[in-house]
Design a protein around this ligand. Structure first.
Ligand SMILES: Nc1ncnc2c1ncn2[C@@H]1O[C@H](COP(=O)(O)OP(=O)(O)O)[C@@H](O)[C@H]1O
Ligand SMILES: [Mg+2]
Length: 229
């Protein structure tokens, strides 16, 4: 039995993925290997088209790969069926996206409650936990607002509360400051640093060296290959 208290969060070994479009083959990932330990804050840095989103989709159990091996908390996720992968995603990963991906018809509170309701927790319990998380992120005065009534920074804080609500093992962020002005982006990055100091494992994907430099370790990806660790 794997020891979950000390195992790496992410273990990727020689993973490759290609996209075939007619005669054209794109090698989106070439023999990528990457280990992320519990408590690390890793920035994955690469230009547009380098394979970042492909890698994020694999880490997030949202896409398959052609060869190699990927374990999330010692679990070989590719061997699981869709339903099991959905459970793994809900339990182990908190997703943070560039454009927040909040449900526009829900209040902030309802958005943050969603991951807990999806795993069958009671409404009352989910509501209490969501209020607590939103208080921690200084969003208590906005919980009954709809996303479009909030600033970008506030929407991203709501999305971060939603990512944190289920106590995930990994925070997986794709260009989390990409839609924010510099100052608001810095605030989000400061929050990430605080969360990492609290023990959260973070993988942040970005094309911006300044953003990546907030992470504890930077991994560069170019043309589907990791060039520097
Ligand atoms: N669904 C797809 N079908 C065909 N090609 C794809 C698909 N997704 C990504 N690609 C190609 O794979 C390469 C890597 O893409 P991507 O992972 O989105 O890069 P990034 O996120 O770094 O911009 C690019 O050349 C892209 O055009
Ligand atoms: Mg991308």
């Amino acid at each position: 039995m794997a020891d979950f208290s000390t195992c790496p969060v992410i273990e990727i070994k020689d993973v490759s993925k290609q996209f075939v479009m007619g005669d054209n083959v794109v090698h989106a990932l070439r023999n990528v290997s990457l280990t992320v330990k519990q408590g690390e804050y890793v920035g994955i840095l690469g230009p547009s088209g380098s394979g970042k989103s492909t890698l994020m989709n694999i880490i997030g159990c949202m896409d398959t790969y052609d060869s190699g091996e990927y374990k999330l908390m010692s679990i070989p996720v590719a061997k699981l069926n869709d339903r099991q992968q959905t459970i793994i995603r809900n339990r182990l990963i908190g997703f943070i996206f560039q454009k927040y991906h909040l449900v526009s018809t829900y209040t902030v509170l309802q958005n943050v409650m969603m991951p807990l309701l999806a795993r069958g927790e009671s409404y009352k319990e989910a509501e209490a936990k969501a209020k607590e998380k939103l208080a921690m992120l200084e969003m208590s005065d906005r919980i009954y607002h709809k996303p479009n009534e909030l600033s970008g920074g506030q929407q991203q804080r709501a999305a971060i509360a939603r990512a944190l609500i289920g106590d995930p093992k990994l925070l997986l962020a794709d260009e989390p400051t990409g839609a924010l002005d510099t100052k608001t982006g810095e605030e989000v990055l400061k929050l990430f640093r605080t969360l990492n100091d609290m023990g959260h494992t973070i993988v942040m994907i970005t094309h911006d060296l300044k953003v990546a430099s907030h992470a504890g370790r930077i991994i560069r990806i170019v043309d589907g290959e990791i060039t520097e660790q």
